[in-house]
Every structure is written in C-alpha cells, then in structure tokens.
Design a binder for this molecule. Structure first.
Ligand code: PEP
Ligand code: MN
Length: 340
C-alpha cells in the first residue's frame, strides 16, 4: 500500500513512519516528490495495517496499489522517474540519450576507436559487451573482465558513462565496478536471483524485455530490482519474437505508450536488435523516438564485416553520424532534445 505524507512533512515525520513500517517487519520504500513524500509498504498482508497508518497525524491518506507490480507502477509514483547515470547524463528527462558502441568488446583498439566515433557523432553513453549471451556455445563469448577494463578506460578518456551486460550474479559486481549502468539482457529477464543481485547494488540497471515476455512480466521483473532498494531502473524494449522471419525480432512499438501509462520508469529502445538489419536500423530508430523513447541503443562497429558479434545489424561510422542528425530533427518534432 502507499502511505501519502501530509504536504510539508518533515524528515523526522518520514522517519517515524518508516520506523513503524520496519517495526512491523516490512521494508519502507520512500519516494520524495516535488510536493509530497510517499512511502510504499509492500508485502503480504500489508493492507491490514491501513487504519494504523491512516490515523497518524503526519499521514494524509493510505491507499492500496491494485497492480501486481507496486513500486514500478504509476499508482505508486505519478511523476516520471529520471535516472541519474553520471554528473551530466540523466535518462527520463527532456533529453534523449543515445547509447552506442559495439555489440561486443573485441580489442582495446576496436573499443577506443568505436567510442571516439560515437562520441563525436553525439552519443552520450558508450556500450560494449564483455559477457555475451550467444545462441551458440562456439560463438565468441566476450573478453570478460579485460573487456570491461577497455570499456572503462575509453569512458574515462572521453568523460562518458558506460554500460555493459551482466549474465550472472557474480558478474553484477564486476560490471558495477567498471561501468555506470548494469545491463540485464533479454535472455535473463526472468533470472530472479540475477535481478535481486542487480537490485542490491547501487548503479542504475537497464532491464531488457525478453523476446517472450509480456509487458506485465517486464514490469514484474523491474519490481524485483526496485524491491531490493535500487530505484534506478531503466526499461528497454528490444523486440519480441513473433511468426515473422524477415526481421530478427518484431519491434513492439505498441509497448511504449502502454508501459508509460502503467509505469513511471524511463524506457529506452534498441532498434539494432529489434530489426537486426543494418539498412533499416535508422528508420526504426526514428520511429522509436516518435513513439516516446527516452533513449536509444544503437550498435556501431568500425568494420562490421569483421565483427565477432552482431555485425549485420551494426551501423558503419558514417551511417551513425548521419543518423544522429536525422534523429535530432525527429526529437525536436516531438518536443525533445537529442544533440547538444
Ligand atoms: C546486446 O545488447 O548486445 C544484447 C545481447 O541484447 P539482448 O539482450 O537484447 O539480446
Ligand atoms: Mn548485440
């Protein structure tokens, strides 16, 4: 249930309510809005304490959250969540951030070269996979920690935040050590131990929708991270699997307005994986912005024909540069900013 504090409630009033929640064996989830503070008390039978909180002088009212996901829902928090990634990168505000880089980190040179290319074109976050979830066990599996170091070094050199995927509970700590955002991939969205581990650390988490995951399941997976106390969750639509075989996946653009109605969390879209065809990535990237994306993930490789992962969907440097300018125009048309 949600406990809405009276307007102007003081930190000590909030602390009293939070302590009472803890005393009953629940975890308080505090969200400070512009005018009011709300406190989530979530767990089995929390509702039976409704009257006990409603009768407190500092409490305005108490309501129940109807949705199965609680902290992720708009019922819990009306304003959009803005996730602070670094000093000057925030996802969920007016500016649309483009996350770009190679699918996999292959060599130090490839990582540094690509990072510079995407920065010069206007990307604000660098991506690169060090642990790769490959369909085939014989395909390149990633450079592991060495790759994370290359990504981290390129981010430091260019003053840009970075993102990389963690596939296991152990990798969460490593990715969080070297990167600014921990990515949970489509194949792991229902790995609940992994979600809990991501929720127990403090770096923002980008959660990719699974290829066979409903919107409700996506939000329930986000709830796993949020319920551990990490409220910096970014959702990501990257295409779902349908009967269509002409594209790699089917980009579910329908999901964006629906998710935004149901949840306050920012949504990033990944047209590279969504369509999987270089020639069409740009078109879909524009559509993603039109439909309300707070950010994009775009794979770029200096020599896609030599890429060890996802070469066919990776943009060439010049294509990316041209696309960024086009995306800026679409962003302006929908009242957002993209390039500085
Ligand atoms: C990736 O970002 O390279 C990736 C593997 O994405 P997904 O989990 O969406 O397939
Ligand atoms: Mn990829």
């Amino acid at each position: 249930m949600i406990i809405t504090m009276k307007q102007g409630a003081k930190p000590k009033d909030i602390a009293i309510v939070a302590e009472k929640i803890k005393g009953l064996g629940y975890k308080p989830h505090i969200s400070k809005g512009k005018d009011v503070t709300i406190i989530g008390m979530i767990g089995d039978y929390a509702e039976k304490y409704k009257d006990a909180f409603e009768s407190m002088e500092v409490v305005e009212h108490v309501s129940e959250i109807q949705k199965p996901y609680k902290l992720a829902s708009r019922e819990f928090k009306k304003e959009n969540t803005i996730v602070k990634v670094s000093r000057n990168v925030e996802i969920g505000g007016e500016k649309i951030h483009v996350i770009a880089g190679p699918c996999a980190i292959e060599t130090k040179e490839q990582m540094f070269t690509t990072a510079k290319i995407v920065k010069d074109a206007g990307a604000t976050i660098i991506r690169g996979g060090a642990y790769k979830p490959r369909s085939s066990p014989y395909a390149f599996q990633g450079l592991g920690e060495k790759g994370l170091k290359y990504l981290n070094e390129s981010g430091s050199k260019l003053h840009m935040p970075t993102i990389s995927e963690a596939m296991t509970v152990e990798q969460v700590g490593l990715v969080a050590k070297y990167c600014d955002i921990v990515q949970i991939g489509a194949r792991n969205i229902q790995n609940y131990d992994l979600l809990k581990a991501a929720g127990k650390q403090t770096k923002p988490v980008l959660l990719k929708r699974g290829m066979a995951t409903t919107i409700k399941e996506l939000l329930l997976s986000a709830e796993y991270v949020l319920s551990q106390g990490n409220y910096n969750v970014i959702l990501c639509e990257r295409g779902i699997r349908t009967f269509e075989t002409a594209t790699r996946f089917t980009m579910d653009l329908n999901a964006i307005p629906v998710i935004k109605k149901l949840s306050h969390l920012p949504v990033v879209l990944d047209p590279s994986h969504g369509i999987g065809i270089r020639e069409h990535v740009g078109t879909m990237a524009k559509a993603c912005i039109a439909v309300g994306a707070d950010g994009l993930i775009i794979e770029v490789h200096p020599q896609p024909e030599l890429a060890l992962s996802d070469g066919p969907q990776s943009l060439l440097p010049d294509q990316f540069k041209t696309l960024m300018k086009e995306l800026d125009l679409v962003a302006k048309a929908v009242g957002r900013e993209l390039l500085y």
